[in-house]
Design a protein around this ligand. Sequence first.
Ligand code: GLC
Length: 581
Amino acid sequence: MTTIDTRPLRTLVHTAGAPEGEWWRDAVIYQVYPRSFADASGDGIGDLPGVTSRLDHLAELGVDAVWLSPFYRSPQADAGYDVADYRDVDPLFGTLADFDEMLERAHRLGLRVIVDLVPNHTSDEHVWFQAALAAGPGSPERARYLFREGRGVDGTEPPNNWQSIFGGPAWTRTTDPDGTPGEWYLHLFDSRQPDLDWEHPEVRSEFEDVLRFWLDRGVDGFRIDVAHGMVKAPGLPDWDGHVSMIEGNEDAGDVEAVDSVSGAGNQGPMFDQDGVHDIYRAWHRVLAEYPGDRALVAEAWVEPLSRLSRYVRPDEMQQAFNFAFLATHWDAPALRTVVEASYRASDAVGAPTTWVLSNHDVVRHASRLGLAEPGSRPNGIGHGDEQPDEALGLRRARCASLLMLGLPGSAYLYQGEELGLPDHTSLDDDLRQDPAFFRTGGAERGRDGCRVPLPWASDAEGFGFSPTGVTWLPQPAEWASYALDAQRGVPGSTYETYRSALQLRRESALGSGGMEWLHGLGDDVIAFVNRDVLVVANLGPTPIALPAGAELLLASTDPTVGDDGAVHVPSDVTVWARYTV
Ligand code: GLC
């Protein structure tokens, strides 16, 4: 007698344990944005002692590591991404001793610590830039930056037509010591963030030294800011393309061609030049001198994914944020394509994929996904703009997060997403601080909405962010219900759902697992098996029944039980189920 195999068809996309070993391959890494995490001093701005005081929360949540955005000496023209001294802590955030204490406490709790390195540009208050201004044209001091003569009569036109990512021209003209207009300098971001010239040997040796400074203190790795920007095309040629922080990925194309997945890219002569890889090969060697699998993670908004994977070749960085995934709209076929293409690209070089849904530069996914066209405003939402549907956004955010955490690879969480936090989407423009808002004349609302101080305690002034109740940006009153103390111990809360997911992910070794698509559940459904866990995300309108033999483990929102007794996954819900069929 022939038995008919009724098991749904599967397709292997990524093999379990391939390759394995180093901690960062499957780590869940939590981004701390220091000014908005926790404030110990009471000035309304978060600080390092505040981080230390809340590390228990991260250990309890169950993450493996913490990445801290910059806390170095800085005039804060771009919230610390304008560094004036790479070897010191800004008094706003504390002292080097506070850093050491934080690091020691994190390590005692079993948490690794990654710090942010900003090598594309310095602050205009960095000693090198101050010296360059003072020394004048043709000086060795100017050679560390990109100073050029202007074009046109008397050099009144910028040296080329590049635009700043924050809006406006990417060049600012200097004034010579005698008061006459002088050379121009390049800044891909704000005018207070002059770009370094990475052809200069002193720039290279200085940053290797900075790496060693922090490695010697014991950090486990670095997140490399604008990792695709340091080398520019020779001659700085004009370019008519458009640069922006992020574009939505509406058209995910054909999975056979990894190169068809787009949407997270910055192209042009200022980005993703081949020469940048020499820098990472050198840095790889520096990290390799230290014990304990130290890691570099690239913030590289490049496309297509095959270009991104070049940053994580075996002798370069360890991870690169997968922004193509973040930029993909709420659409099951597009997400399937990007997930599969991501494995193809990273497996080809033996690197892990590095999933991420939110960070300090984009609208939080709880808000992005609550818009009529999900993801349509990644660069900021303000009053007067369409306001997200908060409940729908949260439901989808939880669905997206469980989908992400079920995938093998490393995953990054942005502080507050474990609380289901939305952006502040109606922030008063008068309170905005992001240079992107000012440089675009308000056309882009900017990133302040995702940087609002965290709510820890629902009844406290400033929701327990600081002992005085002061917060550098106002928190919406509705955030009381998102506060940690309102969710801790409450079954089904976003916080407890994240905690359960991280625990199950660890127990079932999902981070180092494999991925096989499970077919047959419909086009609107993303279904895959990772080890013995089936992950089903239903993005369509109709509930779908889990296949026979699937035993429910966790759901992003309550599933239902059909007349047939089977578990049904409703719209915008992800479930994890034990599945050994
Ligand atoms: C990166 C940072 C962003 C910063 C920019 C300039 O994209 O994540 O916050 O504004 O670089 O340093």
